[in-house]
Design a binder for this molecule. Structure first.
Ligand SMILES: NC(=O)c1ccc[n+]([C@@H]2O[C@H](COP(=O)([O-])OP(=O)(O)OC[C@H]3O[C@@H](n4cnc5c(N)ncnc54)[C@H](OP(=O)(O)O)[C@@H]3O)[C@@H](O)[C@H]2O)c1
Length: 237
């Protein structure tokens, strides 16, 4: 799918990867970009093609309002996400794990269910931002990993339902990207611009499951060669 002439909708568009998505989509010739954020005063990009939308993806009423407003969308970018950096057994309670599932998995699914009817009519594409941590567990943030694995499997299910309607459904599996979310992670981290360049190349004519950056590609190769050894090598993280 070409970005040029498309009508895009980006969640979590006020900062990090989402803000960078908006900029890149405009640069690539998108006709309109709905830039959704919990606080639209933080959407600062000045461009007549940008339509700010107030949206918390866990708020079903707001999600449905957004889908009604943006019924012309041909490219939905489900970017919004959280990482509470909590282990599974060492966490004090299940609050972080539940919240990660609520935002990363159910929030993304809310969006797809609300936008799918219009997208079935128009065709187009959905990009779900998962993570390479959908494929492996980092023990220090294993509840995040579980939520991103849920996103990956959900993406496969949604793809099966939407392919007959001419809607492509991509999963992005990035390694570390240099944003607020990875502020306390050690390098290497790739710039958000590089992550988006690779995502948009896949959207044009690449695979549906997109390993973004060399870290993610190395992990995928390691998993294919020896899953157990690769997972064990991450046991200290
Ligand atoms: N950074 C990495 O290393 C990395 C690696 C792999 C995957 N990812 C994924 O990439 C995506 C973007 O992350 P990022 O690195 O740009 O992180 P970020 O800088 O922390 O930005 C996260 C964005 O998600 C929004 N958000 C959080 N909860 C939301 C909700 N309930 N409803 C609507 N928006 C919500 C945030 O809005 P507020 O400003 O209102 O909080 C913010 O705009 C996420 O899905 C993340 O899991 C990131």
């Amino acid at each position: 799918m070409k970005v040029e002439g498309s009508v895009a909708f980006v969640t979590g568009a006020n900062r990090g990867l989402g803000a960078c998505f908006v900029k890149s989509l405009l640069h690539e010739g998108a006709r309109k970009v709905y830039a959704a954020a919990r606080d639209i005063s933080m959407v600062t990009l000045q461009d007549a093609r940008v339509v700010p939308v107030t949206l918390d993806i866990t708020n079903l009423a707001q999600v449905e309002q957004a889908a009604t407003l943006a019924s012309d969308v041909t490219l939905l970018v489900n970017n919004a996400g959280i990482n509470h950096v909590e282990p599974l057994l060492g966490a004090r309670d299940l609050n972080a794990a539940r919240r990660e599932m609520e935002v990363n998995y159910f929030g993304t699914l809310n969006m797809i269910r609300a936008f799918a009817p219009a997208m079935k009519r128009e065709g187009g594409a959905i990009i779900n931002v998962s993570s390479i941590l959908a494929r492996v567990a980092l023990p220090s943030m294993a509840s995040l990993c579980a939520s991103k694995a849920a996103v990956l499997r959900m993406t496969e299910g949604v793809r099966a339902e939407l392919t007959p309607y001419g809607v492509r459904v991509l999963a992005l599996l990035p390694g570390a990207i240099d944003t607020d979310m990875s502020r306390d992670f050690p390098p290497p981290k790739i710039p958000a611009e590089q992550a988006i360049e690779e995502a948009l190349a896949a959207l044009r004519d690449g695979p549906d499951e997109v390993y973004i950056g060399s870290m993610a590609q190395q992990v995928a190769a390691g998993l294919a060669a020896d899953r157990r050894a690769l997972q064990e090598s991450l046991s200290g993280f």
